[in-house]
Design a protein around this ligand. Structure first.
Ligand code: SAH
Length: 363
């Protein structure tokens, strides 16, 4: 006796067929996606297919990005975020130009060729200040990519940053469903404006990243399918997802964090839908358990973004609680990551790490 009933076997082979179809055609119907999203039994097969796809295109390579969280002041009030404007418990900081340049210098020494400047929407950092900063980094490191992640701006601002030397921009759409967007954000923020930003960024010529939180309050499986459909229409170069993680000093304090297994399942689905995308194993993923970032890589992720911010401010950039790696110097972090990535069966490369060209793009 094998222990499997005929019913199990046929469900299993239907699942395998779905995964094969997704790997081949990059898409599935809503009902089929729902089956994949809701069936844990298929995870082993799904992760294996995603890993095969990533190896086919990116080999064992894992790109590293040096994350510099340069300000936690924010004019926005997103209900899920620990650095929202109304969180009076948050101790605010902003790095000086010199601090930021020091982070870049240390990062460059450690082999980073992408700097990601992320922050709240801080009015102190006017366009003039951002442009001055970006051009300084561009001048010092002509061989590096400069990624910005500083929220929603008018098109003119995005253009000015691009002209100053920025080449990538990360702006998660957070949720592609209008009603759900309204449950996560105050009325002054809107999904159409977020989408307008993506359109502008793409037209200007940035490599664009989008993404969403998994298990954010009120999220349904249908919402996740809408997220996947939105990404199919946007075709971003980078897709960042991570579990929603509760922060006690937000209006969502009572909601539970998102699930690791659903996040991993979505990473694998994203790899099969977007074989050429750069998909990070995010810090939020590593926060549920430090080894979860390795699981993210095994499910199809091919980027890690360790922190280059000065240790003195790291614990203050608390989008969510219990963030990992807030106590280690960049060099220690880099060494630790190298070992973890290697143990997972991949290798860190210090290339600038653009997305590989998709032969089907533009068709
Ligand atoms: N101000 C920038 C950067 C935001 S922080 C912007 O608006 O794009 C980067 C990402 O962290 C957000 O896009 C959000 O998806 C994620 N994030 C914020 N709060 C979170 C939480 N509580 N749990 C998990 N991820 C969170």
């Amino acid at each position: 006796m094998s222990g499997f009933s005929e019913k199990d076997v046929s469900a299993g082979s239907r699942g395998a067929e779905l995964i094969r179809q997704l790997a081949e055609t990059r898409t599935l119907s809503d009902a089929q996606l729902k089956t994949l999203l809701c069936t844990g039994d298929l995870d082993a097969l799904l992760f294996q297919a995603a890993d095969e796809k990533r190896r086919e295109i990116y080999g064992e390579d894992v790109y590293i990005r040096g994350l510099i969280e340069f300000t936690n002041y924010c004019r926005n009030n997103c209900y899920y975020c620990g650095i929202r404007r109304d969180n009076r418990q948050a101790e605010r900081y902003r790095l000086s130009t010199q601090d930021i340049l020091d982070c870049c210098a240390e990062g460059y020494r450690l082999g980073f060729r992408t700097f990601v400047l992320q922050g709240g929407e801080d009015p102190f950092f006017t366009d003039a200040r951002i442009c001055a900063l970006v051009s300084e980094i561009r001048q010092r490191y002509p061989d590096c990519a400069i990624t910005l992640s500083i929220g929603e701006k008018p098109r003119e601002s995005y253009q000015a940053y691009f002209d100053a030397g920025a080449n990538r921009y990360l702006l998660r759409h957070e949720t592609a469903n209008d009603r759900h967007y309204g449950m996560l954000h105050p009325d002054c923020m809107s999904l159409p404006n977020r989408k307008r930003c993506h359109r502008d960024l793409k037209e200007i010529g940035y490599q664009v990243g989008s993404g969403f939180m998994v298990g954010s309050p009120y999220q349904t499986t249908d919402n996740l399918i809408e997220d996947l459909r939105f990404l199919q229409s946007l075709q971003p170069h980078m897709i960042g997802i991570g579990p929603y993680i509760t922060h006690a000093d937000t209006p969502f304090a009572a909601f539970p964090s998102g699930s690791l297994s659903l996040t991993l399942r979505l990473i694998a689905i994203l790899r099969l839908m977007f074989p050429y995308a750069l998909i990070p194993a995010t810090t939020a993923l590593g926060t549920i358990h430090p080894q979860d970032r390795e699981l993210g890589l095994k499910a199809g992720a091919n980027v890690v973004m360790p922190n280059l911010s000065p240790v003195s401010v790291r614990r203050l950039y608390t989008l969510y609680e219990n963030k990992i790696c807030t106590g280690e110097e960049a060099a220690q972090c880099r060494g630790c990551l190298e070992r973890r990535v290697h143990a997972a069966g991949y290798r860190i490369v210090t290339a600038v790490g653009d997305a590989a060209a998709d032969p089907l793009a533009g068709r």
